[in-house]
Design a protein around this ligand. Structure first.
Ligand code: CUA
Length: 681
């Protein structure tokens, strides 16, 4: 921590120096910065541009940065990439543009979000959130549930042939072992799954190269035997287990298909980051672990704290999983049923060659597979090196049974020297690695607050050019994850890198004691990395992002008329204009209403206290952006209806009075008149 603080202070000093340099702005600009050889476009600026540069005391490099990331009004198409970002503790997903770094949308996922009417009474969102808590199989507080927040960590985009296909995004909940599915046709959440046997999950979220499965694994191991909870931590190695989950994806709609899904039981080593094999390593998956000591803490009970107990061994264990083999083993029925999930028991996984272990420097964090699948880079938080494993060596070692020994669960451990291709010393606190299109890795250095650029081996770089540190860039401050454009795929685009920084301290205007996170955009087009911009994220701590080329996403402009977003099909209760009606059956009042600029029809709904009310609302608009809202005061109901959308709202009229329901989107000049009455007598 002392080291971190010192680095931060050094960083702050550099920042101040930067401001002073800014004072001699215009001069540097006139010398012609060019900004990466664009043909000298910045040297002959017109009068006003130069006046602004002088008045704002901008240096030439500032102007270059501004031009690199500026998007002119009306030119949204100049953002070449979307960032699909974790929304951190907000429980949501962020969509941003690159290089502008503008936040385009916050998608409601695990947490109710009022603008989108997500979780406020609409049948296209509330059931999604409610179904996201499995109160039967998993321990959830009855008085505090259902769960309405999540610590969103790892977005994972669907892939075809190892490239993003722009169809679906998945994101896990670190806190509760859940995962959500977002359809990228309408950028809305369609499903939240409370994954059986997972009490937490961290970075174990990825999609296989042809979207067969989305993977999610435990972080804190799960208690599998609750017969003596007082002694559970003393019997940790016996009563806790990790789980690697392969959730089958329905190819038609992107949803989880539990019947075809399976889990692999793992030793309780605290599995952490995971990545999927591809190319040379297709069919395999890799998961780090950082507590093979199986320490449990207990610092007030006379035991070591977890941070000491979990850092004793020189090595932790890289898990190497043959998921294609696991698929066969599951198909052959060599599974047990556990809370609605097929589970391959640990001894079966070890015996069938589903699971192998390889030593990795202690307390590792990231494991990241290179674009060609030939290398897996592991960064140990307490080791200044990254360790690069060779898939060819792993396969050879498995084939020749070149094992060091077995662990206490009977899992074969490969020899470190037999599977490592190279090690590169990068700096203090390496965490995560991303790749570009030229055979370089970019590793975040948390303690040093920097990004290190280094070279991979064959076929990218050979001889003494391989596995070398080539550049380093200071980051502000405390970088966690980082993301290169399409860097998780078989065909990274390079160009930019986004650093997700935990601390921003002096980078933004003061907004009180809780500071925004800082997303820093870095230019990767030259030999040396160059910082382009800082972007404050003032709504939680995003954990990880993926970047996808803009042209891969084909979002709908409007829904086909009468679409229910939950099914993405025509809702049976969709209506056309003129078909509005109210029917009463017993104590049920059923309403088919049209919604358009600038009226609801019907605009008066009459009910008796205690009646059930079922509203079918159809937005009959066909113009893009013609969204209406529907809110009933005091009933906690708020829906968003995009053009063509249908939503159904069911509630009990249990408060007497007159309630002026209204449209919550400023849709037209007569938006205020878009109002009606619910009378409950
Ligand atoms: Cu519809 Cu305002």
């Amino acid at each position: 921590m002392a080291l971190t603080r010192r680095r931060l202070l050094e960083g702050a000093a550099v920042g101040t120096a930067g401001l002073v340099v800014g004072g001699v702005a215009g001069k540097a600009l006139n010398e012609g910065d060019g900004g990466g050889g664009g043909g000298g476009g910045t040297t002959n600026l017109g009068g006003k541009a130069q006046e602004v540069i002088n008045a704002r005391k901008l240096a030439a490099e500032d102007v270059t940065r501004a031009v690199q990331s500026f998007v002119p009004p009306g030119r949204g198409d100049m953002d070449d990439f979307y960032l699909i970002s974790s929304g951190g503790h907000s429980g949501q997903l962020l969509v941003m543009g690159v290089p502008s770094m503008r936040i385009l949308k916050m998608i409601g996922v695990f947490t109710p979000e009022a603008w989108q009417g997500h979780g406020f009474g609409s049948d296209s969102s509330e059931p999604v959130i409610l179904a996201g808590t499995d109160a039967k199989n998993k321990r959830t507080s009855p008085s505090r549930g259902p769960l309405t927040w999540a610590d969103t960590h790892h977005p994972a985009l669907s892939e075809t042939n190892g490239e993003y296909d722009g169809r679906y995004a998945y994101i896990n909940d670190r806190a509760n072992g859940r995962i959500a599915m977002i359809d990228l046709r309408d950028f809305k959440t369609k499903q939240i799954l409370d994954v059986p046997n997972l009490e937490s999950s961290h970075g174990g979220c990825f999609v296989t190269p042809n979207s067969e499965y989305v993977h999610i694994s435990t972080m804190t191991p799960t208690l599998v035997d609750d017969s003596d909870i007082d002694k559970a931590l003393d019997n940790f190695s016996k009563v806790f287990r990790g789980f690697s989950t392969f959730l089958a994806i329905n190819p038609k709609n992107g949803r989880f298909d539990l019947d075809r899904s399976f889990q692999i039981e793992l030793p309780p080593y605290t599995q952490d980051l995971a990545d999927c094999g591809k190319g040379e390593s297709e069919g395999y998956a890799f998961i780090n672990s950082y507590n093979s000591e199986m320490a449990t803490g207990g610092n007030l009970e006379g035991k070591e704290s977890l941070e000491i107990g979990a850092s004793k061994n020189d090595y932790d264990m890289l898990h190497i999983i043959n998921w294609k083999k696991a698929e066969e083993v599951a198909k052959a029925g060599k599974t047990k049923q556990l809370n609605g999930m097929r589970v391959i028991p640990l001894d079966v996984a070890a015996a069938e060659g589903v699971l192998y272990l390889a030593p990795e420097p202690r307390s590792p964090h990231g494991v990241d597979v290179a674009p060609n699948g030939a290398y897996m880079t592991v960064a140990g938080k307490l080791d200044p090196h990254v360790t690069v494993y060779s898939m060819a060596k792993v396969l050879k070692a498995i084939e020749s049974k070149d094992f060091e020994k077995q662990d206490q669960y009977g899992v074969n451990i490969l020899k470190f020297d037999s599977v490592v291709a190279g090690r590169v010393e990068l700096g203090a606190g390496p965490l995560h690695t991303q790749y570009d299109d030229k055979g370089y890795g970019y590793t975040s250095l948390f303690i040093e607050s920097a990004v290190a650029k280094w070279s991979l081996g064959e076929p990218y770089h050979s001889g003494d050019k391989a596995f070398k540190l080539v550049d380093k860039l200071a980051i502000n401050y405390n970088i966690g994850h980082l993301c290169t454009m399409e860097g998780d795929t078989m065909k990274p685009a390079g160009k930019y890198l986004v650093a997700l920084n935990k601390w921003s301290i002096d980078r933004f205007p003061n907004v009180g004691t809780l500071k925004p996170q800082n997303f820093q955009l870095v230019d990767l087009t030259g030999e040396k990395m160059e910082l382009i911009s800082d972007t404050p994220i003032g709504m939680a701590e995003p954990h990880y992002v993926q970047a996808i080329r803009r042209d891969r996403l084909k979002g709908w402009e409007v829904y086909p008329p009468g679409t229910n977003p939950l099914t993405m099909e025509k809702d049976p209760d969709a209506i056309e204009l003129g078909k509005e009606k109210i029917e009463r059956k017993g104590n049920m009042v059923e309403v088919w209403a049209s919604v358009k600029r600038s009226s609801f029809k019907p605009d008066i709904i009459r009910a008796k206290l205690g009646d059930k009310i079922l509203l079918h609302l159809t937005n009959v608009e066909t113009a893009p952006d013609a969204t209406h809202g529907f809110a009933i005061p005091r009933y906690n109901i708020e829906c968003s209806l995009d053009a063509g959308e249908v939503t159904n709202v069911e509630f009990t009229a249990d408060v007497k009075g007159t309630f002026a329901f209204y449209c919550t989107e400023f849709c037209s000049a007569l938006h205020l008149e878009m109002q009606g009455w619910l009378l409950v007598s």
